[in-house]
Design a protein around this ligand. Structure first.
Ligand code: 5AD
Ligand code: SF4
Length: 479
């Protein structure tokens, strides 16, 4: 396929993506015409997903759309008629892997020139990525972003029948599309989007640019989706949003927020409710009290802190200080006794000094996190922090990460130790990767538990007495 005129495409624009002007969010209903429902008959697809749960959920939608078009899933790239790479832009190493993958897929395109190769997700929302694809990755047929997954049938039709390259990425603030089909990955655990986008603009983060304005789904749609999942036998839902604690704040007509949603979902009959991810400055008492009162909301909270230094937090645009974070965390721990808290931390943010890093270690000690995702700062083109002066050598940053991880691992172990000799309830995910007589699943506090049991228990919630606590998991026996 030749691209003749580079300007004919709908390319991303990071400046446009930064704008937040629209006050009312349009809600549209997905529908597929009859012709599109026949395009994939007798053909197969494969989707490769990178990144966070939002991408996992988007891939389930892409699969739903493709199956409604008649396509069937395959694990084999060599068999596939359509391959879609759903990409992540959060850090440079995620992107490097994906460029490698795209290069590798060229050989399949050579073997089967009719193969349609699509690039989707957060990377597609970046200007420099689309320019590079246009110039150097001629074998990519379709590029579409996070706002227009629902248009996939049109894109496949154009690429398949008109043999034209399709590049369509919207950088406007986004809308909400309901009624999208889904092929869910699991039979008993489901992702449920409650909101899209992010308005926080932390200075290091690309997400507000790639996923647009914060927009909440209506409570009726969410409650309806969870009730439907209950009917289908699902045990657990994980509510998804970049900042679930801001749920409802964009709907001006009501003061219904995240705490109210938790209380309503608790009544749907779903056994377990989890959510991810949160921003500390939007975490309110209403949410904490809902967690305390709702029996089905699990006692686990992922509350990214990013740094313990007030100077760094300010330059990150996080809207809280070390002390105000710790105050809120204490309030959470007192309101929901026994809750397990994990976090995200970035080391080596531009200008982070040794003293700043010590503040982070001190915060980790005081917060008693039971786990964390830790990262070295990665420069994202188009974000404010990409322009900040950064004098810290890479090996110093790596050393800080190493020291931090040692501390975090102590927290993991301490967090696991408190369940020794206790009975926890485990939603059984499957058999262990290492031993097929051993089952693996997660407890209420999101601890990985291994125990001997019959695979017939997969998908059920069972009581397990904990006999040993390791850093990364618990061992137990059926109680
Ligand atoms: N560099 C390193 N880590 C980042 N994160 C987000 N953006 C960056 C970046 N540019 C981390 C944050 C966030 C998590 C999802 O990824 O810790 O909470
Ligand atoms: Fe990124 Fe901050 Fe939004 Fe999280 S809250 S997605 S870190 S901008």
């Amino acid at each position: 396929m030749n691209n003749i005129d580079l300007d004919k495409y709908f390319k991303p624009d990071l400046k446009q993506a930064r704008k937040r002007t629209k006050t009312t969010i349009e809600e549209l209903q997905f529908d597929m015409n009859d012709a599109h429902q026949k395009i994939g008959l007798g053909k197969t697809y494969k989707i490769d997903t990178y990144g966070c749960q939002a991408n996992e959920a988007d891939s389930e939608t892409m699969a739903g759309i493709l199956e409604l078009m008649g396509f069937k899933a395959t694990h084999e790239e060599s068999d596939a008629d359509v391959i879609i790479i759903n990409t992540c832009a959060i850090r440079e190493n995620a992107e490097s892997r994906i460029w490698g993958e795209l290069g590798r897929l060229k050989s399949y395109k050579r073997q089967n020139p009719d193969l349609i190769l699509g690039l989707a997700g957060c990377m597609a929302q970046e200007e420099n990525v689309v320019e590079r694809v246009l110039k150097k990755y001629q074998h990519v047929d379709i590029v579409f972003g996070t706002h227009n997954i629902h248009k996939l049938p049109e894109y496949i039709e154009t690429a398949m029948f008109n043999k034209e390259r399709v590049i369509e990425v919207f950088s406007r603030e986004g809308e909400i599309i309901e009624n999208l089909p889904k092929v869910r990955q699991h039979q008993f655990k489901a992702w449920v989007n409650i909101m899209f986008g992010c308005d926080e603009f932390c200075t290091y983060c690309i997400v507000p640019y790639t996923r647009g304005k914060e927009r909440s789904r209506s409570k009726e749609e969410i409650i309806g989706e969870v009730s439907e999942l209950v009917k289908q036998g699902y045990q657990e839902v994980t509510l998804l949003g970049q900042n679930v604690n801001a749920y409802g704040k964009d709907i001006k007509e009501t003061d219904y927020t995240f705490g109210d949603l938790l209380r309503d979902l608790d009544q749907t009959g779903i056994n377990r409710i989890r959510f991810t991810t949160s921003h500390p400055h939007d975490l309110d008492l209403k949410t904490m009290e809902a967690m305390r009162d709702c029996t089905h909301v699990m006692p686990f909270f992922h509350l990214p802190v990013q740094s313990g230094s007030n100077t760094v937090l300010k330059r990150m645009n996080r809207h809280y200080t070390k002390d105000s974070y710790l105050d809120r965390l204490n309030q959470l721990k007192t309101t929901v006794p026994g809750i397990s808290v994990t976090t995200d931390i970035i080391v080596g943010f531009p200008g982070e000094t040794e003293e700043d890093f010590m503040e982070t270690l001190d915060l980790v000690d005081r917060a008693q996190f039971e786990g964390a995702f830790t990262f070295v700062f990665s420069k994202r083109e188009g974000t404010p922090a990409a322009k900040y002066e950064d004098n810290t050598p890479e090996d110093v940053k790596k050393q800080r990460l190493y020291i931090l991880n040692e501390r975090i691992n102590e927290g993991y172990l301490k967090g696991n130790m408190r369940f020794l000799d206790q009975i926890v309830h485990v939603l059984v995910d499957g058999v262990s990767k290492y031993d097929d007589t051993v089952l693996a699943g997660y407890s209420e506090h999101n601890k990985l538990v291994n125990f001997k049991g019959d695979p017939a228990l997969i998908g059920k919630i069972v009581p397990v007495r904990i006999t040993q606590a390791k850093t990364w998991f618990l061992l137990g026996e059926l109680a």
